[in-house]
Design a protein around this ligand. Structure first.
Ligand SMILES: *Cc1c(COP(=O)(O)O)cnc(C)c1O
Length: 240
């Protein structure tokens, strides 16, 4: 494809996803502005980020720390793309927290206090607090990422007390390939934990759930942020 047809493809995919979000909000009698879109650019070349940025999008999510840092380094030096908001949505090991705390804007995958404490201690005072979500394992053992549902509210309370973090809410991912009713039950579990945590921690505003295939269901269950990759960028190249 030529550069201009790729740019128009980015614009039309962005419009199509925004229209899906708007329709899902209407179906649930929610304001369209109550759901934000995070573009998941993992494994996609930075050119695709530039195209979506040129189409007006600003929030991008990455799964792998090294890849996130490399893309951030490349695009923050670009006069056009310096205003990207970078989200880490994949697992974070403790030996990688410093670079993340110094560089990115959001981490959705905090699943233990030790990681949160390191991020808070390593967040430079010159930067605004790092936005974080607690990742909860709602998929009933299908995934090893995320804290257990029973740990989510106490962990949220503990994380909310750390000085250089701003706890925004909870994140979760249902097991892949479930029937819609089973997916709905896992979204509903996360929404219930979010409601419970909100009674203990004031000021949270983010229920991060829903992806390309299930964003309508997630919005019906209360999602305030959908993380969408394939529907915006097409299929991902395979992991090396
Ligand atoms: C890859 C990924 C997504 C996006 O998935 P799509 O199906 O491509 O929309 C969202 N959230 C997380 C945590 C992911 O790893």
């Amino acid at each position: 494809m030529t550069a201009s047809s790729e740019a128009s493809q980015a614009t039309s995919r962005l419009l199509a996803v925004r229209q899906r979000i708007a329709a899902a909000c209407r179906a649930s009698r929610r304001a369209e502005s109550s759901v934000t879109l995070l573009a998941v650019s993992k494994l996609q070349p930075t050119q695709k980020i530039r195209e979506l940025h040129a189409a007006g999008h600003r929030a991008f999510g990455e799964n792998y720390v090294q890849e996130a840092l490399a893309k951030h380094a490349e695009l923050s030096g670009d006069v056009h793309c310096h205003d990207i908001e970078w989200h880490l949505i994949g697992p974070l090991q403790s030996n990688k927290t410093r670079a993340v705390a110094e560089t990115l804007h959001w981490v959705h995958s905090v699943d233990r206090l030790k990681i949160a404490e390191r991020l808070s201690a390593q967040r430079p005072p010159s930067l605004p607090p790092l936005n974080v979500c607690i990742q909860v394992n709602i998929s009933d053992e299908a995934s090893k990422s995320g804290c257990a549902p029973l740990e989510a509210v106490p962990l949220a309370v503990a994380v909310s007390k750390l000085p250089n973090l701003r706890l925004r809410g909870l994140m979760g991912m249902p097991a892949p390939g479930l029937a819609p009713e089973a997916t709905r039950a896992q979204f509903a579990l996360l929404a219930a934990l979010y409601a419970e945590a909100s009674t203990m921690v004031p000021g949270m505003d983010t229920l991060s759930m829903g992806m390309s295939d299930d964003l309508e269901l997630a919005i019906a269950c209360g999602s305030t942020m959908v993380r969408v990759g394939t529907a915006l960028f097409g299929l991902r190249p395979a992991v090396a």
